[in-house]
Design a protein around this ligand. Sequence first.
Ligand code: CDP
Ligand code: MG
Length: 699
Amino acid sequence: MAVPWSTMKFWKPGTEGPGLSLNEEREATAEVGGSIVYNPHASLSIEKQRQKLPVFKHRNYILYLLENYQTVVIVGETGCGKSTQIPQYLLEAGWAAEGKVVGVTQPRRVAAVSVAGRVAEERGALLGHEVGYTIRFDDCSDAHATRIKFLTDGMLVREMMADPLLKKYSVLMLDEAHERTLYTDIAIGLLKKIQKKRGDLRLIVASATLDAEQFRDFFNLNESGNPSKDTCGILTVEGRTFPVDVFYTMSPVPDYVKATVETVMKIHEAEGDGDVLAFLTGQEEVERVVSMLVEQSRALSCSGMKKHLRALPMYAGLPYSEQMKVFERVPHTVRKVVVATNIAETSITINGVVFVIDCGFVKLRAYNPKTAIESLVVAPVSQASASQRAGRGGRNRAGKCYRLYTEEDFEKLPPSTVPEMQRTNLAPVILQLKALGIDNVLRFSFLSPPPAQSMVQALELLLALGGLDEHGRLTEPLGMRMAEFPLIPMFAKMLLESGSFGCSEEIVTIAAMMQIQNVFVSPPSQKKPAARKHRKFAVAEGDHLTMLNVYEAFVKNRRSSQWCQEHFLNYKGLQRAAAVREQLWRLLSKFRVPKKSSEGDPEVILRCIVSGFFANAARLHHSGAYRTLRDDHELHIHPTSVLYAEKPPKWVVYNEVMQTSRYFLRDVSAIESSWLVELAPHFYRRGTHSSGSKRTKVV
Ligand code: CDP
Ligand code: MG
């Protein structure tokens, strides 16, 4: 069934009167080339294309600044050539001579890989030689040959453990610094420290949307008051390669998932060539939109429409090869629609994308220092995010961005997203800093200091996990290993201890399954048969053991996609779990964690989970809801949990909290309260819990 089009109206600010529907609005864009303009650079040689980019005009000035300042902040519009060009200018100017390396950090894995691929291509080099990348679990660089290395900011922090002064790098470019991920901020603080010891290390901070002055003030080491001695300079690059026209809806959109589908279909009907990139908040929404588009396009091909629609999902929980599919070119007879979470928001160029649809929301981590609850919450995007999203269009030719919110609402959005450092559980940060020899984490030079209370809570948690001793020092070997482990400390502890609990085989599977979401698939038309199949895996102990059952059955059935389909299970998700599981095993064998099975005893597995996740414990309240042990905060079991429709257990631990109108628990298991006192004696003293201001009775 086709969507009724008449309901969606867009408006382009600066044009005559409101009321534009998509067809009319094509006229409004005539001045920027309403009929599609093909990439005028496509036939140019790579060298000529590079010279056309706005950043090229500033090439010499960038090199001049770098000779004269230790840090240079570069702000330039999306698509002007920051990520792909600046590293090459540095290489060409000799910054990577004598075995030195130009490092470029990206907040996301997919960005590091795709930008590295593009730069290698521009240089006619094989990826992994002169140009390479290093991301978690995947190193495609050569210790001797690589001159330009793209890496995630998390990897850079890891490299500092082995090489605290990062001696092999002559220049480090912190790209997309506006994202302010946890690791970008850790790297920023550490690099400032390193610069004081290594006057020759140059830093470039780059983004399209950041507060340049804030960064300059932070990195300027000049204390003399004489501006000629400043160690940090700012450069603004004007102009972009191609324009992007932005359209807003005329009135607020009640359901952005439906509106996304509707807008895609309108574009498909009304516009000429050009692929679409739509932003949603999470895997569930992405999959919903993809399946709605598949249905719509089926109806269209029956109606004889020549151009086909191909919808491709893109989110972090997809197997890597699936994520990379969005970059593949499609035949002229196909319009590609990439439906993505914000992993596609910065840095990347998806060739062919002309139209961007921005739902206006994003899923973010939030931490409440009062309740010590870390949760995921869907929140409005910031103006910086909206501008990055729009910037994914207009990279190979003029683009259009449809914002599924009004211009008035856009004006009300916060200018930038709150840095992750200020809205997260800080235990991983503290662990990393301690491992890097920073003893007094409270005095660390943070670009945006986190709340002191969050720091204290994180220290308490690490003490209880056994990663820190009473003097706040990293313990040997547990604390050191936890710091080295590429998962949050609670997971790390659970995995590292699983050998001594005698259930490492099961715990590795559970940890891998927790890295993916929505293993159970429930197509709207087949909800009942799907639920019947899913019940076969469910156990009263909760989600962790249910997931273990699913994975074991998947393996027993030779990892067959057919079997997954019959049982309404997410095949791609299970494939990814299998890959993650393998990687986790490799790490555990490095730390000599013995391979052991619980031989069907659920209690040891649950106890092992508690040894890592005791801080996420809740008890059943007589109201029927759960209450956290730390702060008596009300929580509810998420409808996707196997415990949702069951008799609620008295005590539970959980992995994740989702915040909507209420706080929902995901990945929940039933436990015994006595395990908490036994396995986390520092945290839960018998009788009371002393963390925070309230004292909660445990047993
Ligand atoms: O980092 P910034 O947003 O400033 O731009 P970039 O990633 O360096 O890309 C500059 C330009 O190179 C884009 O606008 C595209 O025209 C082109 N490009 C491309 O065609 N294909 C890629 N994979 C990457 C970049
Ligand atoms: Mg970029």
